[in-house]
Design a protein around this ligand. Structure first.
Ligand SMILES: [Zn+2]
Length: 253
């Protein structure tokens, strides 16, 4: 079990995990066998030493509060989670600057919310897919541009409440994908008849049906971590909203 400990004097925290007392092996250069020397390392003992005589309290990590700017599997990233001492709430920033650095934890007196952007269509992916699938009778650039423009218009008029969320589609926790509803789909196809004719229309209609469920036609919504912290640790109210730098990550394929 992880235990989160806060030094109330310094406002520093330590996440105590079962792995803190571990033996690290350091390579001994210069010795013919390149033998390994065991080095006992105990980060928690260091923490206790640095905060001797200070007052500690346990913080409880708030369930389901974990958010991250990048994909779950990305090792170098900034994440946040929430914790409480029963009276006050804290945000804990978890980060490392490079892959060989240990994780660092920083305590922030405050809170965060997730602010969604609007719904976006996957412009580049749709254009690429149309070009890939219409090889024999390619669509013109003007037709593709017209299709993208139409799809954006459809997204503007649909009710976001009707969209179905696809949780499993994204490897990035701040990107969520949605499926177009039946009304939006009917509107899209009806207006496609103004752009494409005859067999071309039928091919585009088939394309839409192929990709509406889980492909390039899914709508994307990006969330931003909006961090707010107290101007002074002991004062209530006076929250300052600071938008974090939004980092876009290339979607893994
Ligand atoms: Zn301290």
């Amino acid at each position: 079990m992880n235990q989160l400990i806060r030094c109330t004097d310094c406002n520093e925290i330590f996440l105590k995990s079962p792995f803190d007392r571990r033996t690290e092996y350091e390579r001994q250069y210069g010795s013919p066998s390149e033998s390994f020397r065991g080095v006992e390392r105990d980060d928690f003992q260091d923490f206790l030493k640095n905060h001797r005589g200070h007052r500690f309290e346990d913080l409880e990590i708030i369930d389901q509060s974990f958010v991250s700017e990048k994909a779950y599997a990305e090792p170098v990233k900034v994440s946040y989670f929430k914790a409480t001492n029963g009276k006050e709430r804290f945000v804990i920033k978890k980060y490392r600057k490079s892959i060989d650095e240990p994780l660092r934890y920083q305590l922030i007196a405050g809170d965060y919310t997730l602010e969604p952007t609007g719904f976006e269509i996957q412009t580049k992916e749709i254009a690429r897919q149309l070009n890939a699938e219409f090889k024999v009778n390619p669509l013109t650039e003007a037709q593709i541009a017209a299709f993208l423009k139409l799809y954006r218009q459809v997204v503007e008029i649909i009710d976001p409440e009707d969209l179905e969320r696809i949780p499993e589609e994204s490897s990035n926790p701040l990107e969520v994908y949605y499926r177009l509803d039946g009304v939006g789909l009917a509107y899209l196809l009806r207006n496609c008849r103004n752009i494409f004719k005859d067999q071309e229309y039928l091919d585009v209609e088939a394309f839409v049906h192929r990709h509406k469920e889980d492909g390039v036609l899914l709508l994307k919504r990006t969330y931003r971590i909006q961090l707010s912290w107290k101007a002074k640790p002991e004062k209530k109210a006076a929250y300052a909203a600071i938008p974090l730098q939004e980092k876009k990550m290339a979607k893994k394929e």
